[in-house]
Design a protein around this ligand. Structure first.
Ligand code: SF4
Length: 245
């Protein structure tokens, strides 16, 4: 787990923060904020209502969970230490396209909200995909949070911080990766017992090679949930390519 990187933060005016979050962007002087970055790449967004759009991905290193179906194990430990400014400099100049911060679990890194602020300040729409175990209130107000709530067959549902459902804003999305009928029913219970969400902000993905997509589609239609089904777009576009896509 990657916690406790040395960092120096200078207070700044910044953007509107979420409740309880003190903005640290822009940074002043020689302040260095350390992130550990596993990879950055330009690809197609595939796992949200933004699916299909070109997107610049920033994958932060480290994860506190070990989901049974994880396809990004390479991001548990490998990474390069970079400042927020280094990461911003890696983006194409004058580009204000969609950016997603993912992991691993990006909210393990204390400086992730500063990175989000830096991206927002450059004019990028920013998505953050988080694994549901960390408090999302640290995120700036303008970002879109994709809350990936882990179902029982992942082995990680006991680590979910379901209070996060109360902190979602209108633009935020919930995602469930479903391996079985049991997972699907568990997700339905979470939706039923939690605060009401617009159905178009709820995403169900069949776990690759485990859950039959057509079966999941039939369950969603039968229950009239109105939620979206998501197919693993990058696996269709680039079969067999695990990194950098
Ligand atoms: S949260 Fe994501 S990166 Fe972490 S173990 Fe689960 S699938 Fe892998």
């Amino acid at each position: 787990m990657l916690l406790g990187f040395p960092c120096v933060l200078e207070p700044g005016t910044g953007l509107r923060p979420r409740h309880g979050y003190e903005s640290h962007w822009p940074l002043n002087g020689d302040s260095i904020v350390a992130l550990v970055v596993n990879e950055m790449f330009f690809s197609i967004q595939g796992e949200s209502s933004f699916a299909g759009l070109p997107c610049f991905f920033i994958r932060l290193t480290g994860c506190n969970l070990r989901c049974s179906y994880c396809d990004t194990r390479y991001a548990y430990e490998e990474g390069n230490r970079m400042s927020v400014s280094d990461v911003l400099a890696a983006l194409p100049p004058d580009d204000q396209g969609l950016v997603e911060i993912t992991g691993g679990e990006p909210l393990l890194q204390e400086e992730c909200p500063s990175l989000v602020e830096g991206l927002l300040a450059r004019g990028h729409p920013v998505l953050i995909e988080t694994n549901g175990s960390r408090d999302i209130r640290c995120l700036p107000e303008e970002a879109v949070c994709i809350l990936d709530i882990k179902c029982p067959d992942s082995g990680m549902s006991g680590h979910m911080l379901l209070e996060n459902l109360r902190y979602l804003r209108p633009q935020d999305e919930i995602k469930f990766v479903v391996q079985s009928r049991n997972d699907y029913l568990w997700a339905c219970r979470v939706l039923r017992d939690g605060p009401t969400r617009p159905p178009e902000k709820v995403l169900f993905s069949p776990a690759h090679d485990i859950c039959e997509p057509s079966e999941l589609a039939e369950w969603l239609l039968a229950d009239r949930l109105g939620a979206r089904i998501q197919l693993p777009l990058h696996r269709l576009l680039w079969p067999g390519v695990e990194k950098g896509k």
